[in-house]
Design a protein around this ligand. Structure first.
Ligand code: OKP
Ligand code: ZN
Length: 345
């Protein structure tokens, strides 16, 4: 299959994230995408194409205009206030505050308003990288919509934690959600998003929660144990018209392939029953046993099987890259899924 890729992602290169009480170099680093594109080329998965440049209309179909323009100007506002340091919030809009507060006038307040964590630095190049990732996703849509059986959008930074009007969890704009909506706008009647990242795809869930035209399914670590903690439980099944069109399959820490396969089998059953015109896969590889921030135990070979199972739906499929932080193994695991999908081991 074809891979869509651009070096623009390198402009998201934060100095620090706040994790476990320490300021550490971000786990979400440029080398992640580099190692994956290197492996795609080494294994001759297929041609690698640069993305087209799209305007922001498909972004505004899923994201609040305020969030989008904030992401474009936040760095300049921050530098003016504080100088050249990564922009991170330290206050959040939580219980006990006004339900719908006005947007603060100052940059610190805006960060607190839009961010969900202190692990997602806004830097000088963030917008450039984020726009590149969206272009990569939308170019993948164009390929699959044009008749390719499958494509791989090698997006970085990832997207599935970003919701209609919030960002965080290393994500700024939701590449997979933008892609899913774009498929709808190009004429697909039903779209399914399958999220296999270790973390719950809370942004994707929120964006499509009351819609029946986009089925969303996420397999992830139990939110009682893992980020993002406050969404992703099994009893969240959609709302209004969307009732029955969202599925969460949380697994406990330590899950190996046996547990994972059960969940993926359940997901694939629901997906086949829905019979979408196209599938978007939020492809995170942080379920790997050596991932430094995650606690599932998948092995290299399990990713072939994952790809084969997804191929079992026999639908046009767009893979959108998400997480995965065991960087040395990331190329192998990613390409294993894609090769498995193509029936090659
Ligand atoms: C982004 B994606 C570690 C906390 C980590 C955020 C993780 C974001 C993951 N216990 N903080 O879903 O791979
Ligand atoms: Zn993740």
């Amino acid at each position: 299959m074809r891979t869509v890729y651009t070096d623009e992602h390198r402009h998201q290169d934060g100095k620090f994230e706040l994790i476990e009480g320490k300021f550490l170099p971000p786990f979400e680093m440029p080398r992640r995408a580099q190692i994956v594109i290197d492996r795609v080329r080494a294994k001759k998965l297929g041609p690698v194409t640069a993305p087209d440049s799209f305007d922001l209309e498909p972004v505004h179909r899923v994201h609040d205009k305020g969030l989008v323009s904030f992401l474009q100007t936040a760095w300049d506002e921050w530098v003016q206030a504080h100088g050249c340091y990564d922009a991170l919030p330290i206050t959040w809009h939580t219980r006990g505050f006004r339900k719908k507060p006005p947007l603060p006038e100052v940059i610190d307040g805006k960060l607190s308003y839009y961010a969900i964590d202190a692990g997602t630095p806004i830097t000088a190049g963030t917008w450039r990288a984020v726009k590149g990732a969206v272009d990569v996703a939308l170019t993948g849509v164009k390929l699959v919509n044009g008749g390719e059986k499958a494509a791989f959008s090698l997006c970085r930074p990832p997207g599935h934690h970003a919701g209609s009007d919030f960002y965080g969890g290393y994500c700024f704009l939701n590449n997979a959600a933008i892609a899913a909506q774009a498929f709808r706008d190009l004429g697909a009647k039903r779209v399914a998003v399958l999220d296999v990242d270790y973390h719950h795809g809370n942004g994707t869930q929120e964006i499509f929660y009351n819609r029946a035209d986009i089925l969303t399914i996420s397999i992830h670590a139990d939110p009682l144990q893992e980020f993002p903690y406050f969404l992703g439980f099994a009893d969240e099944t959609g709302k209004g018209k969307g009732e029955g069109y969202h599925k969460n399959l949380p697994l406990r820490w330590g899950a190996k392939w046996d547990k994972y396969e059960e969940a993926l089998t359940t997901a694939m059953k629901a997906l086949k029953k829905y019979s979408p015109d196209v599938i978007v896969v939020s492809l995170g590889l942080d379920t790997f046993k050596e991932d430094p921030i995650s606690k599932f135990k998948l092995e290299h070979e399990d990713y072939f099987r994952m790809g084969e199972m997804i191929a079992g739906a026999r639908k046009p499929t767009l893979f959108v890259f998400e997480g995965g932080y065991a960087v040395d193994a990331l190329g192998i695991n990613t390409v294993n899924v894609l090769s498995g999908f193509e029936g090659k081991r």
